[in-house]
Design a protein around this ligand. Sequence first.
Ligand SMILES: N[C@@H](CCC(=O)N[C@@H](CS)C(=O)NCC(=O)O)C(=O)O
Length: 236
Amino acid sequence: MSYILYSYPDCASHVVRMVLEELGATYRDENVDMRADAHHSDEFLRLNPRGMVPVLADLETGATLSETGAILAYLAERSGRLAPPITAPEARAIFLQWLYFISNTLHADAQVQYYTERYVGDELAEESRAVIHQRMRGHFAMIEASLADRGGDWLLGGDLSVCDFYLGGCARWSLIAPRHAPLEPEAVTSHPHLNSLLERLEARESVVRAFAAEGTERSSYFRAPVRSRHTRVAAH
Ligand SMILES: N[C@@H](CCC(=O)N[C@@H](CS)C(=O)NCC(=O)O)C(=O)O
């Protein structure tokens, strides 16, 4: 399996990178320099008219797609890993439920937390952020309750899935961004099951490699990067 990952450090592309690393996939990194507005270039808009990373190009099938949740489902299907198979409907149902929840609620709310001004304008941003923080707290509490109820190391129970990486990314963004108004760490760390899931995830070699590839190796789900640079990732 070989891919091109259009990315920017610590963005949603980080989740896709962790999964590519976990799968041991060969991929080339294309840094979309958002500081230089590269995500609005004609070239990039042809790949994703919404002007957002990540975009994944599959060099074997010719498929190119955006939307983190869709990319994760695609990678799970292509590899036959990190998701229950279609022949296991009960487990598959739970997988789909979590993937869609993370994509259309947890990630969407994390975006509102980050881009609050875009949604409500400058004047209402501060008070709106209090509301969105409360929503994020509620999501993490609900996830904790589900983890406690279901048992096992991961969101789906016993087996690691793409949902765990996606959850990790959303928890991280919520705890570190925006810099002037992140969620308090306790919104996650006070939940023992969620906290240990993230610690387990963070200890995986794939995740360590993904952080290192983005130049954020001294950061974690719980800590913002101490420096910001982007290194091009060599295919492996
Ligand atoms: N719905 C998209 C959201 C991705 C997203 O929010 N990407 C951000 C970076 S983390 C982005 O490209 N932002 C550029 C912009 O909004 O101008 C997905 O799930 O992939």
